[in-house]
Design a protein around this ligand. Structure first.
Ligand SMILES: Nc1nc2c(c(=O)[nH]1)N[C@H]1C(S)=C(S)[C@@H](COP(=O)(O)O)O[C@H]1N2
Ligand SMILES: [Mo]
Length: 378
């Protein structure tokens, strides 16, 4: 029989619609989890107008869970996406390449879907390693392309709905027509994909799910590595603050009855303890025991109105994370502290000595270190 060279013919059952559907629905679920948790992270870091009044400060582990899921689902998406692309790549050779306007539009939407998927997964992965080999700012672009991906995915599912329905289960009419003996090689492929997802998950999820921390061989961070048993994202040296001399430290509380405290005065105020996680946006998280002064006590003394927002300003003079804001729910939460101690010891410089903010259900990037000023916003 004469062998046709172009377009190539793919006879393998691993490239058929049933396999594409099987992998596609898992990829769809994983993308949905990643998208929703990503939206939550975005809202918490950049509260839109409707959230300006404040976001819930409970449960204390809320952001730790959603961001852990965001990064874990993004990592799980990598083998699923590769398998899905491999399953459908023969369609690149569809002949003729364009059959109608409708067909052209459909192919264009798939091109957008593939490009956006690869972009999101790749930039997200490099972000967990704090590697930014691109000229744009990560957060806004990753966020915008997520919407592009969501739109292209909804369109794709709508266009493919008849095929998805026909191949949804082994008993679907579209699948029955396949020859006997088809099951085994498809099952091997799906088992291998599941094993790959399991492997990348088990070797990374320990960066936030600490019971599995000893298996976190591929995670960029190990939750135990860092001063005082807690990782550090930006050290005091990297932030340019160095060691702040205790005798020169002042905390300014700006508001209706503004005042300033020395470090000794802060230490002599009632001290409270809270067990709270740092949940870094980049994927690692770890719980720790913090001791310090309640922000609500400082706000009472300055005469802050009950629903006031509060700005926390670092002594760090440059860099993106030197200022954070919180609504009244966080500011008034009895667990929100200006911490002086971590796990029973005076804060190390890298954890924000002499004073850092720690609040429940809050992205790590907003847990401001080296705090020099609290401002009551009107
Ligand atoms: N002033 C200041 N505070 C900061 C940062 C920073 O760069 N500057 N980094 C933030 C980030 S991204 C995280 S995850 C937490 C980490 O706190 P840790 O280093 O004590 O673990 O601090 C936050 N607070
Ligand atoms: Mo972070």
């Amino acid at each position: 029989m004469e062998q046709r060279l172009f377009p190539p013919v793919f006879r393998g059952r691993l490239h058929d619609a049933r396999t594409a559907t099987s992998i596609g629905r898992w990829l769809g679920i994983v993308f949905a989890v990643c998208f929703v948790t990503g939206l939550i992270s975005h809202v918490m870091q950049h509260p839109p107008g409707w959230a300006a009044g404040g976001l819930p400060s409970r449960p204390v582990w809320g952001y730790r869970l959603t961001q852990g899921l965001h990064v874990a689902s993004g990592i799980a998406a990598i083998p699923l996406l590769l398998a899905k692309l491999w399953t459908v790549y023969p369609r690149l050779f569809a002949w003729p390449p364009v059959r109608s306007v409708r067909h052209a539009l459909e192919r264009l939407s798939v091109a957008v879907l593939v490009a956006a998927s690869v972009f999101e997964v790749a930039t997200g992965l490099l972000n967990t390693a704090q590697w930014y080999p691109w000229p744009f700012s990560f957060v806004p672009v990753h966020y915008a392309v997520a919407w592009l991906l969501a739109g292209a995915l909804v369109l794709h599912i709508a266009v493919k709905a008849p095929e998805i329905r026909a191949h949804w289960s082994r008993r679907s009419p579209g699948t029955l027509a396949l020859p006997e003996g088809d099951g085994a090689d498809r099952r091997s492929l799906l088992t291998a994909v599941a094993a790959a997802v399991g492997a990348v998950t088990v070797t990374t999820v320990g960066q936030s799910f600490t019971p599995l921390k000893d298996l976190a061989l591929l995670a960029p961070r190990h939750p135990d590595h860092g001063p005082q048993g807690l990782p550090v994202n930006r050290t005091a040296a990297a932030a340019g603050v160095g060691l702040i001399p205790a005798e020169r430290y002042r905390l300014t509380v700006a508001g209706p009855r503004a005042y300033t405290l020395t470090l000794d005065e802060l230490r002599s105020l009632p001290q409270h303890e809270a067990e709270l996680p740092i949940a870094c946006v980049e994927g690692w998280s770890k719980s720790a025991r913090w001791t310090g002064v309640r922000v609500v006590d400082l706000l009472e003394q300055v005469g802050a109105p009950p629903h006031a927002r509060v700005r926390v300003v670092s002594l760090q003079t440059r860099g993106g994370y030197r200022v954070s804001e919180m609504g009244h729910e966080h500011a008034r939460d009895p667990l929100t502290l200006l911490a002086l101690r971590l796990n029973g010891q005076v804060l190390s410089p890298d954890h924000g000595y002499p004073v850092r903010l720690i609040a429940p259900n809050r992205p790590g990037v907003l847990q401001t270190k080296w705090v020099g000023r609290l401002e009551v916003l009107s």
